[in-house]
Design a protein around this ligand. Sequence first.
Ligand code: CTP
Ligand code: MG
Length: 248
Amino acid sequence: MAEEMEKKPKYTAIVLAAGSGTRMGSPVKKQYMELCGLPVVVHSLRQFEENPQISSVVLVTGKEDLQYALSMSLKYELHKVKNIVEGGDMRFRSVYNGLRAVDPDTDYLLIHDGARPMLSQELIDRCCREVAIAKACVAAVPVKDTIKRADKEGFAAETLDRSALYSVQTPQAFSYPLFVEAYRKLLHTIQEYHPDVSKITDDAMIVEGMTDRKIRLIPGDYRNIKITTPEDMLVAEAFLQWKNTLES
Ligand code: CTP
Ligand code: MG
């Protein structure tokens, strides 16, 4: 008798584009600024669109941009963008709103900053491969600078051991049931203790704090920068032009 075919795991991406971009300070929000002819967020949406492992994408935007995001997904033929949902006032709330729109049939989630346009197929593939093993993994690169901790007066208090320090990027990938459990616990904790939720700057922190699961750091990419301040646009443009020359 033929062996039963193993079900192919289902990967869903949540792409976050609901921030207000205060550090960029531009009239158009950074995730919608034009970068080499496309809105910043469309660059990573296209990478998910092209990747055969990704079944669907949930796009999280500001309430005022829902309509724009819909026309953008039609214009650029982003067929995998099945849901466009309203974000929240903090990143983790935007993730939560995205999470509620995820098909419960999903096995693994890849959460990605819409402000990181330099996502590559290799990095998506690596996340998909590693999360199936580790259940929780984040793209990270070794820091290049020496990092010091400052005291309250602005003096160097301590130099950290650089060999153990990483800059964390996205995608951050998790098993779907694990991530749902972490969020359920987080929401309970918030109701009971009012912790300082403004300190939550990535998704892995929630899984670290709420479950026993260890987060695997997997190789990210120095090119996978987050557009944060105006000069980042120049850097991203240079990377994209370089990539185009390599491909043509
Ligand atoms: N983000 C979000 N919802 C929020 C805050 C952030 O979806 N409430 C998204 C941003 O759109 C971005 C990613 O999370 O793609 C990373 O956040 P960050 O770089 O901090 O973007 P902003 O919060 O928009 O920028 P700033 O902190 O300078 O205001
Ligand atoms: Mg922010």
